[in-house]
Design a protein around this ligand. Structure first.
Ligand SMILES: CC(C)(COP(=O)(O)OP(=O)(O)OC[C@H]1O[C@@H](n2cnc3c(N)ncnc32)[C@H](O)[C@@H]1OP(=O)(O)O)[C@@H](O)C(=O)NCCC(=O)NCCS
Length: 266
């Protein structure tokens, strides 16, 4: 795989394979039991949610964070605080009729006793560069990534798929088999990831994008909404694919922006 690793990625990128094993084993069993009228994903939720922290820090307080607050409402997470370094003091984020505190100073996680239970975070911003910045700051302040929040209406089919920590997988996502997702993923609503594909750390797939089979995606890649990546393609680190583009050839140049059908450099 070329141009995939990137300097500056924090060294703490553990995988929660055991956590995922629990999810996926249960999911396969549920599909096999053939119980009439019983959707496999209902059974899938029990192990998925069991290991989730009750207190969660959400990095970001914009539109995606509001969506994440809604996704979290169906999980066992009981308390959420958001971080936005640019938010004025006293900012709150509203979602689903609830209001959540937004903090703008990392030091509160050390100084405020009421925030002591908040140790684990996920990212809720789309920009891979901003994700890197926020994650680096969070790790520097002693926080650790939570398991990626996987919505109950996302489907992960292969028991051999692994997903890195600290991200979010939205409803409607479908991941087939033998897929490797790096740390801090953001997979927007209805993202499809095909077999044997690899996504590096900090990848963002905006809603409705389709990644075919055997695709290799570098770190920090952003795939725009509705874009398609053809099979066996390689995308270098920090590539941006424009909304509705169709990528039919490797994008080798780190940091390039491509748009259109077929996708060409902007
Ligand atoms: C490709 C992209 C990153 C370019 O952003 P940008 O650098 O700010 O570019 P601009 O908006 O200034 O547009 C520059 C040119 O590219 C064109 N362009 C921008 N996005 C395009 C796209 N997706 N497809 C085709 N052309 C595009 C513009 O029309 C403009 O053309 P012009 O110079 O002839 O007028 C951005 O447009 C994009 O598609 N991002 C993904 C957005 C997304 O997924 N949103 C969903 C959020 S949930």
């Amino acid at each position: 795989m070329k141009n995939v690793r990137q300097e500056g990625v924090p060294s703490v990128t553990p995988r929660y394979e055991e956590y995922l094993d629990g999810i996926l084993t249960s999911h396969v069993m549920a599909e096999c039991d053939g119980a009439p009228g019983r959707h496999p994903m209902q059974l899938d939720q029990r192990p998925r949610m069991m290991s989730y922290p009750r207190h969660l820090i959400v990095l970001g307080a914009g539109g995606l964070a509001h969506e994440v607050l809604a996704y979290a409402s169906t999980s066992p997470i009981e308390h959420i605080v958001l971080v936005d370094e640019t938010a004025p003091d006293g900012t709150r984020a509203a979602s689903g009729g609830q209001s959540f505190e937004v903090v703008n100073d990392w030091r509160v996680f050390e100084s405020r006793t009421d925030l002591a239970p908040f140790r684990q975070f996920i990212v809720a911003v789309g920009s891979p560069a901003l994700k890197r910045k926020l994650v680096a700051a969070a790790l520097a302040h002693g926080l650790t990534p939570a398991p990626t929040l996987i919505h109950e209406h996302a489907n992960i089919y292969g028991a051999d798929t692994t997903i890195g920590v600290g991200g979010v997988i939205a409803p409607g996502c479908r991941l087939t088999t033998n897929i490797r997702i790096g740390a801090y993923p953001v997979l927007g609503i209805n993202t499809l990831i095909g077999h044997d594909s690899t996504l590096g750390d900090y990848v963002t797939c905006n809603p409705g994008c389709h990644v075919s089979g055997n695709v290799t995606i570098g770190s920090g890649v952003l795939i725009g909404t509705g874009a398609i990546v053809r099979e066996k393609i390689l995308l270098a680190d920090d590539v941006t694919i424009g909304a509705q583009a169709c990528v039919v050839a490797d994008i080798d140049k780190v940091g390039s922006v491509v748009v259109g059908v077929p996708a060409r450099p902007l």
